[in-house]
Design a protein around this ligand. Structure first.
Ligand SMILES: Cc1cc2nc3c(=O)[nH]c(=O)nc-3n(C[C@H](O)[C@H](O)[C@H](O)COP(=O)(O)OP(=O)(O)OC[C@H]3O[C@@H](n4cnc5c(N)ncnc54)[C@H](O)[C@@H]3O)c2cc1C
Length: 443
């Protein structure tokens, strides 16, 4: 038995983790599959404490890398950090990346992850050409946009509930130079921040904003917008950065005491972070990992939240709802003293193919919240009521505390997802702690 948890550390359960190189043997029909456990809440946890979970972390072989066409096929446990090291020097990168490179291809598909370029590139699943999947009765099938398209669509963002992804084939993105040109722009308040983000997204392929969730009054939601694009010849060296600049030896060695990330220290951190970026505003060329995976530069940074851990709440507020909802969202955080160390705001583009994929046109807000029991639950409830009013939704890969009634009200697509699941897994053999909490599966 090992203690397994998502990245936030809550909840954590004892589970029997099966690890091995031959994925089709490791992934047996009735157990959930997990990658590197970088989803935050209970998505990668078994439905029941003590049950078996299959880990893909040793199944990481590359099966094909076509350097001419930019196509990669690999086993589901192949990590984004490995992909970067292999393909970037050859002029190809993953078309969509999350904020950490410690994720597996299987996890990227199962969460249908989005990146800072969602407004132009959609989710990872939009670039997946084919998957080898083992469904609940043990059969292995090759699926894709034209082969078993319903099962394929349900698997993108299906959080591992449609089958075990064994292999992933993805079309890569060609780049001229393996360096990023970035530009940093401060914004004095929330509405200015969102306006600057939207303007930036019209001209830049990668955009993201960081907001100070504890600033009050006229400075509510102040922050910085960071824009990026791959460098052109003449702007940066042709040589690839030798190694990742974010995999340093800097690490948080143990769970820090909870006062370290108390509201006062977070307020001070946020204020310093904002000022520091005001001073460094402007354009420069950086190592791509510095832009895409900044947080990876401190190993085990989740330990800063101490033994009680933390949860993340990420939601998308549809553009049609109007910006006043964003103001109400930030006022709710301030009212609940919901200190968030890093509040990330992104511009989402069109909805993709995945039946339960998270993004839809609008603004996504992601908060890290130190776990404070009932107070944190009350804040998540309040935020979810607001998300519901706007017709928005939450991101399953980041969720730990959403109540089932809120999820059902947010997710009219669930019936279509359930229909596919019924067709391929009528007994719901594939379950997770998340599917018990939100989808009504038996424990
Ligand atoms: C610092 C940080 C930044 C992040 N930034 C972003 C971001 O910008 N955008 C974004 O979209 N996400 C982001 N995430 C979330 C992360 O990308 C996803 O949760 C991703 O799924 C994690 O991959 P993993 O391999 O660790 O999967 P796990 O966390 O182990 O599993 C995630 C889900 O995928 C399922 N799964 C995993 N492998 C398989 C498989 N082989 N077959 C079937 N199901 C499988 C699991 O059952 C589970 O439901 C971030 C996470 C962290 C920690």
């Amino acid at each position: 038995m090992t203690r397994v948890a998502g990245w936030g550390g809550v909840p954590a359960v004892d589970a029997c983790e099966r690890v091995g190189e031959a994925l089709s043997e490791v992934c047996r029909p009735a157990s959930l599959t997990r990658g590197l456990g970088r989803s935050y809440g209970d998505a990668s946890l078994p439905a029941q404490a003590g049950a078996t979970v299959a880990s893909t972390r040793l199944g990481d072989c590359v099966l094909l890398f076509d350097r001419e066409k930019g196509v990669l096929r690999a086993e589901a446990g192949f990590r984004l950090s490995q992909l970067d090291a292999l393909t970037r020097p050859a002029g190809w990168v993953s078309p969509v990346v999350p904020g950490t490179h410690h994720v597996t291809l299987g996890g990227m598909v199962a969460a249908d992850i989005h990146g800072k370029n969602h407004h132009v590139a959609g989710c990872f699943g939009a670039h997946v050409r084919s998957l080898l999947i083992q469904v609940a009765d043990g059969r292995e099938l090759e699926i894709g946009p034209d082969r078993e398209p319903e099962l394929f669509a349900a698997t993108l963002g299906g959080m591992g509930l449609t089958g075990h992804i064994l292999e992933v084939e993805v079309a890569l993105l060609a780049i001229a130079r393996p360096w990023l040109v970035i530009e940093v722009e401060p914004a004095p308040d929330l509405l200015a921040l969102v306006a600057a983000l939207r303007t930036a997204s019209r001209a830049w392929p990668y955009t993201v904003a960081w907001a100070d969730a504890l600033a009050r009054g006229a400075r509510l939601g102040r922050g910085i917008v960071i824009k990026g694009r791959w460098a052109e010849p003449g702007e940066a060296p042709a040589a690839s950065p030798v190694r990742s600049c974010v995999d340093s030896r800097l690490a948080v060695p143990f769970d820090l005491p909870s006062w370290v990330l108390a509201p006062t220290s977070i307020r001070i951190f946020d204020a310093i972070f904002y000022r520091a970026h005001c001073w460094t505003a402007g354009r420069r060329v950086v190592h791509p990992d510095r832009f895409f995976h900044t947080l990876d530069s401190i190993r085990d940074w989740n330990r800063m939240y101490g033994k009680r851990g933390f949860v993340q709440h990420q939601s998308v507020l549809p553009a049609a709802a109007g910006d006043e909802y964003m103001v109400r969202y930030f006022e709710t955080i301030v009212r609940h003293s919901g200190a968030s160390f890093l509040t990330v705001v992104k511009d989402c583009g069109a909805e993709g193919r995945g039946l339960l994929s998270f993004p839809r046109p609008g603004v996504s807000i992601a908060l890290d919240l130190p776990m404070r029991g009932a107070a944190t639950q009350a804040l998540v409830d309040a935020l979810n009521r607001l998300v519901l009013e706007t017709g928005g939704r939450i991101y399953l890969a980041k969720d730990a505390l959403t109540r089932r009634e809120h999820f059902l009200a947010m997710e009219p697509r669930l019936a279509a997802f359930d229909a596919v699941r019924r067709a391929w897994d009528p007994e719901r053999r594939l379950r997770s702690a998340l599917s018990v909490r939100l989808f009504g599966d038996a424990a």
